[in-house]
Design a protein around this ligand. Structure first.
Ligand SMILES: Cc1ncc(COP(=O)(O)O)c(C=O)c1O
Length: 412
């Protein structure tokens, strides 16, 4: 396969890709954990602290107004990027995890009661599972699981059967951080809405891999992290529909989220500020804006196509090896740029260590999906995950390094 032209253009924008690890050029194939940052994002963070650093919404002087302007501009950029109706639907958090915890606390408490049910799926990251367990335990709600098929797709027939009157929410990932499966979110939401059940979409993996349009998906909530979309750490997004925002009570109390404070009780600021207590991550919002502008300029469809090309190449290569067990769909059509496998007889940590000795960064472990790993009958796996800067020779290097793994660990 020819290199997709995207990589040669963008690789120069990522300074860390010039690094060598253990004498080899860095092949960063752990983009599901976090993505590397283009120079424009790094520059944006420096530019903010050099020129605009100030707390927001609290000062009448120029610097404070400029910082507030940047922060609110960030909301507009995010709203546009995910197709939200208005920037009033965008709440800034610290990441996907906090966004989901926010809903599990601020929406669940006033809207769920003992005997209700929440559906999650067997492929959820712990961030889209444990917050619901906490919410369920405190209100007597039951968590039920939509299973996966043997190919690693959601079993949509069973999902329909699970949708009884007691179900009050579906929390589902758009892309599995282990199987790579890209779930048919619009179709799922349509089905679940027929029963008047709201849907929360965990877009942590999807956001950097495909165009997202919340109005097309029609989901009620959507969560993602800045650091997984080429932006800074410490910034995340929760999108919520207006009617859901109206159903939510405050998440954390503090400065910025109040209208009037009395000795015994207080009243709240309008949304979205009602859910943003304390000093927000202003520099991080500036960095996130830069990241979203950067990838929008590259083109989300181009990025999706690029990762799909890399996936097709990887799946073809995998067929040459009978000792590799692949998890998730075997074709690239409904697969995003994440792929997990095991090399028979070798512990995933040993595989990852030999790859690291070759300058290749992959992840080994349960990837915060113990339920899924249990379902697959394994304790851990090796995961490679693509970003817009990865290229075919890096994948080929990985397969060559697997030969070394075999020599070290597998008896002839
Ligand atoms: C599918 C999925 N959901 C949620 C998360 C949590 O993201 P964060 O740690 O940025 O909050 C991750 C992180 O890997 C993920 O892959």
């Amino acid at each position: 396969m020819q290199n997709h032209p995207l990589t040669s253009k963008v690789r120069e924008d990522f300074p860390i890709l010039k690094r060598e690890i253990n004498g080899y050029p860095l092949a960063f194939l752990d983009n599901a954990a976090t993505t590397q940052k283009p120079q424009c994002v790094i520059d944006a963070l420096v530019r903010f602290y050099e020129n605009y650093n100030c707390n927001v919404s609290r000062g009448v002087y120029t610097l404070a107004e400029e910082a507030t302007g940047i922060y609110e501009e960030g909301r507009k950029t995010v709203a546009k990027f995910i197709g939200a109706e208005s920037c009033g639907n965008i709440i800034f958090t610290r990441g996907t995890t906090e966004s989901i915890n926010l809903v599990a606390s601020a929406w669940s408490q006033p809207n769920l009661k003992a005997g209700d049910r929440i559906i999650v799926t067997e492929m959820e990251h712990h961030s889209n599972l444990v917050p619901w367990q906490l919410a369920a335990q405190s209100s007597g709600v039951e968590l039920i699981f939509c299973p996966i098929t043997p190919e690693g797709r959601l079993d949509l027939e069973v999902l329909e059967e699970l949708l009884t009157d007691s179900v009050k929410l579906l929390a589902v990932t758009a892309v599995s951080n282990v199987l790579g499966t890209a779930n048919p979110i619009a179709k799922i939401v349509e089905k679940v809405h027929e029963r008047d059940v709201p849907v929360l979409v965990d877009a942590a993996q999807a956001v950097a891999r495909m165009p997202i349009d919340v109005s097309e998906w029609d989901c009620d909530f959507l969560a993602f992290s800045g650091h997984k979309v080429y932006g800074p750490t410490g910034i995340g997004v929760l999108y919520a529909k207006n009617e859901r925002l109206d159903e939510m009570r405050p998440y954390q109390g503090g400065g910025g989220m109040i209208r009037q404070v009395g000795q015994q009780s207080s009243t709240w600021a309008d949304v979205p500020q009602k859910f943003e207590a304390g000093t927000p991550p202003v520099a991080e919002v500036f960095g996130l804006m830069s990241a979203l502008e950067y990838i929008s300029n590259v083109g989300m469809l181009e990025i999706k196509k690029h990762e799909q090309d890399l996936m097709t190449h990887t799946l073809e290569k995998l067929q040459e090896f009978t000792d590799l067990e692949l998890y998730g769909p075997a074709d690239s059509t409904d697969r995003s740029g994440v792929l997990s496998f095991n090399l028979r007889e070798v512990h995933p940590h040993d595989v990852a260590q030999v790859l690291d000795e070759n300058g290749i960064a992959v992840r080994a472990g349960h990837h915060c999906t113990q339920i899924l790993h249990e379902r697959l009958g394994i304790a851990a796996s090796v995961r490679m995950s693509f970003g817009l800067y990865n290229e075919v020779p890096e994948i080929d290097r990985l397969f060559s390094a697997l030969e070394q793994v075999r020599k070290f660990f597998i008896l002839p």
